[in-house]
Design a protein around this ligand. Sequence first.
Ligand code: PLP
Length: 391
Amino acid sequence: MRDWPARFSSYARRLIPSAIRGLAESGPAKDMISFGPGEPDGSLFPAAQIQASLTKLLSDNKRAQEVLQYAASAGHPVLRGRIARYMRDKGVPCGPENVLLTNGAQQALDLVAALLIEAGDTALVQAPSYPGALQVLVARGANVAAIDRADGPRGRASLIYAMSNFHNPTGRSLTLKERQDLLALARERDAVLIEDDPYEVLRYEGELAPPLLALDTEGRSIEEARTIYLGTFSKSVVPGLRVGWLVAPSIVVDKLILMKQTHDLQAGTLAQACLADIFDWVVSEHVDVLRKAYRRRRDAVLEALAAEFGNSAGWSAPQGGFFVWLNLGEGADTRAMLDEATRTGVAYVPGFAFHNDGRGSNFLRLSFSSAPIERIPEGVRRLAAVARAKR
Ligand SMILES: Cc1ncc(COP(=O)(O)O)c(C=O)c1O
């Protein structure tokens, strides 16, 4: 059959590859130093704890049968309870009935977009924003517009998508005032507020303002909330187990449970059981190890940027997360620069990938999460040399 494309649904036709894929045309240099992917450092994965937990879960026959079986679409009951408690500690008045376990925050995003968006609806996003969210919103038929665009669509928006802490790609966290303003905007535009918060545990200094969902539910029940919170174990444990969660009014969770049933029945039973088992250790001990390790890398990147770029560029100084957002100044074209950078042995993500309206060409995202710390100064030196040559 040759007419496959004509048979694809309008949803399928709106699915476009991420702008990040296949960016660099030249192959990577042999000793590439990559600030590209926003993935955690595999050497920090708690493989031994996961292994010990799996051994425990699988060595008892009765337990093994349970954790290898189908399970509830809403998720592992113990893990739902642990997450509800964790969120209550952050000021969110929720119970297990408000928690849905998903295959990563990415699935939660797609489920929520499918729940809320009719083709042509307005979805407002921060500019810049996470490309994986832009991809979802476009595929689900939203008219995606940046919150800060004065010429953007007016009137009702079906949702506002925002990262409250250690934003991808800028690394910035919203101040309390910015959180309150965002909630006011959601009320004004009659929008559901989607709070995506994958980096929250990776805080190196400073204090976090309360989650948008906590501010939204201050003095009232979560059942009144207009905010849906997305969390994940991808940064605090490992992305490969593919477990994330969302917290929402139970009427939303109940509908999404039906959606999970049609999508994939449930998140993996074994992965959830393992996370329920190691949850307390992760929160009380493991995240401290991660914070120390990533903080050193953050410091190394900021030091190298100051040494190599001085006053010739501007950059964010994140208090957590994985990303520094670098501004090379008016006229720079970080997309055009990428090929030369790759040949020179350094990779990054150009700024245009985080916008859907052509902006960002003089910005780039540096992820300091996976480059070896001792290679960071050399990577930034290469980047500065390419940037200077392109001026
Ligand atoms: C802002 C943001 N949201 C969601 C995700 C997806 O996370 P998960 O691995 O839980 O699907 C990422 C992954 O990097 C991210 O940066």
